[in-house]
Structures are given as structure tokens and as C-alpha cells.
Design a protein. Sequence first.
Length: 242
Amino acid sequence: MSVEQTAPPQGPAHVAIIMDGNGRWAQMRGRPRLFGHHAGARRVREMVEACPALGVKYLTIFAFSTENWKRTQTEVAGLMTLFRRYIVREARDLLARGVRVRFIGDRIRLDEKLVTLMDELELMTSGNDRVHLTIALNYGGRDEVTRAARRLAYEIEMGRLTHRDVDAETLARFLDTHVLPDPDLVIRTSGEARISNFLLWQSAYAEYEFVDTLWPDFTAAEFGRIVRAYAARDRRFGTVRA
Ligand code: FPP
């Protein structure tokens, strides 16, 4: 592609966020960790609201990982209650704001009542298209790829596919994210530079941004600065500069 043909810098259409630092934020205030998670939940709304003006069509957030079950029973139960309340409290507003909500992750270990609320919210917002909010709940990248491989193996066992059909495109059709584009930008808060099993397959060519801010302190203004800075980056997807 010549310089003249190069498209103008574009913002990320899909941003994924690892919302880290709730526990430390609460502990710094001498409060229980769940206090931080509640403060973190309030930030979610702010980021969703910021998306349209920033040109972000897809926002994917890491709410609970397959490893988070190892936390204390009090914290896990508190988080599950928070997710249920979040859905009940925010559903109407999300619907009115044109947000389409999806959940990714394995639902098998989740409480039946929570799964029903998740299903209802997905159905209720399925006609929306302004912002696509995907919430990763009991999600792990390796777990997702493993589940996809298992389903693919089943299709082969049933004779509906053969081993020759197994390529990256076919496998991706079995991922939880099969209807979503890959993330362009992954942000992690709280100063940790790890991806923690988040969207492993999908982030193969994503840009990463690690910021020191703890999630409950992360503002729409900081989000906007990161999104705008992304447009200046040179993404080559393994090719060379034109
Ligand atoms: C990581 O912080 C955060 C989590 C494991 C939970 C993320 C959940 C929320 C932001 C709550 C709400 C989300 C929704 C969708 C309602 P941490 O506890 O690991 O923090 P630490 O590293 O400081 O201990």
C-alpha cells in the first residue's frame, strides 16, 4: 500500500479491559475488598457511556476469571451477589442506552438464578446495536479454547466435520466470542503487566496498554486519552510498513 493509500489513523473499534485493583483500592481505605468491587462496578457504567463518542463499538470487560474461585468464599459470594444486583439494577438503563449485552465464559459453575438473569439481559438487549458490552464471567482463555476444541471434536465424532476442516477460522467459530471482532486494544489497570488468561486467542494482534490507576479510580477521561493515543500507533499485523 502506498503512503497515499494508507487509511487515516483509526480508533479502536473493540476495547477489552482487565479491571484490576479493586481489592487494593479498598484496603488502602481500610475497607473490605468487596467495597472496592462495588466501587469498580460503578466505573463500568461510566466506560460504557463513554464508548459512542470515542467510536468504540465493542467493549469487553473481565469481571470474573476461572481462577477467581480460589478467593475466599466471602469474596466469591459477594461478587456473585454484586453481578446479580448489577444486572437487575442496570438492565433498564442498558436497554434504553442502546447497549447490547453478552456474557462469555463457562456458565456451568454459575448459580442458576444468575444464569437466568444473564440470559434475560442478553435476550432483552438483543435488538440493540449502539454499544456491544461483553462481560466475561467465569471466563478463562485456555478454558474457552479447550471448550471450543471439545465441541469441534464432537462435530467430527458426529461426522458433521472432518479433521481437514480444522483450521483457525473453524476453531474460532466455536469460541464464546464467535460473533465479536477481535479486540484492537486491551487495557489493564493497577500497574500489573499480565494478561491473566484473558482473550488469549482473540488478542493475538491487539495493542496492550498497562496503566497504574486502580480500577475504581479509572475515569472516562483516562479511557479517552488511551483510546485516542491508540490511533497514533502503527499496527502492522506481521507485515512491514508500506
Ligand atoms: C480485580 O481486582 C477485579 C475483579 C476480580 C472483579 C472485577 C469486578 C468488578 C469491577 C465488579 C463489577 C463488574 C460488573 C460487570 C458488575 P482485584 O480484586 O484483583 O484487585 P487487587 O489486585 O487489588 O486485589
